[in-house]
Design a protein around this ligand. Sequence first.
Ligand code: PLP
Length: 388
Amino acid sequence: MIPFLDLKAQARTIGREIDVAIARAVGDERSARRLEAGAFEERFADYCNVGCCRAVNSGASALHLALLAAGVGPGDEVITVSMNFVATTAAIIRCRATPVFVDVDPITWTMNPSLIEAAITKKTKAILPAQLHGLMADMDPIMSIARRHGLFVIEDAAQAHGAEYKSKRAGSIGDLGCFSFYPDKNLGAYGEAGAVVTDHPELARRVSQLLDRAQGGERNHVLARYDDRMDEVQAAVLNVKMDYIESWTEARRSIAAQYDQALSSRARAHPRPPSHSRHVYHIYALRHPHRDEALEMLRGAGIGVGIHYAVPVHLQKSYVELGYRVGDLPVSERLASEFLSLPVYPELLPDRPSVVASELKKIAAPEAQVFRSDWAFQNKMPRHGLVA
Ligand SMILES: *Cc1c(COP(=O)(O)O)cnc(C)c1O
């Protein structure tokens, strides 16, 4: 058995250290002073290289608060991607704004900047790219389009702790960055947790205003206050894990490199991060022309595999009222039918990636077929010139 994720293995290495940290954090009145959360905010802001981090109770809350801080409200439009976890679209709708989906690039699988301008209207307020699977979207053109049109950029960095684009950390390029620390993320709490980061003092003030009971030391409560702060237990867990995040990220990258190498004959099917990007491999996904078959067979061989994501958000039942149809976002839809995620986590034993890769090769379609279908796909699809 090779599980898709093994949180017990991580608990075996640092579980005791975390138990001690939790006991220290919550045993007495310290816990009401939010010392752990405060310490975590400082550390995570440093890690992302931004001036401000606010610790919250989930990635979904982080997205909601970031959108509110950017002034997104009823009637506004937010340009985002459909090849992503549904929470992002849900956060936009929670602000009573309308998500407007653009397709992703067929090579990087992230927001295709060349499609953004055609989606901008008078109602557009923000652009919300996702750093899918741990790879940064092409942020330079996204930022320059946003600046030209006076729009906010909010990064959904929930899968991208420590990812980099041209030496800049995830969360630090957009006006606001949103993280999740759900247990299965690269940096995971023991339950729900998230963070909003920003380098803009005014946006930092607005996020804090939405979170805190009283502002400026006055006992003057803000009208709409969101009970979204991170609790001390989660902060204590995360403060311990911050010591390990860099070595864990490097472990993920080295497992990914093993997969890349083992699957190099299928070069067009595995992730190809641009050389200026640091991919942190929250998910190691590849494209397989016979995905469902491959999924079945790998599971049959005792290998935990997944799909991220099998139904793009614009085709999810809960969002039919947005009015999208099959064919509207051809790259996202194609990826949804081909994506297959392999096990990638720091505790994966060193010999496992090659075991997984050889199982996969046994059942892979003939090489020629993989290539043919792939070239047709790439030649037909709009493509941003990100990868040399
Ligand atoms: C996990 C995740 C979220 C939501 O985070 P929660 O902490 O589960 O609310 C949002 N976006 C992406 C891309 C995610 O992976």
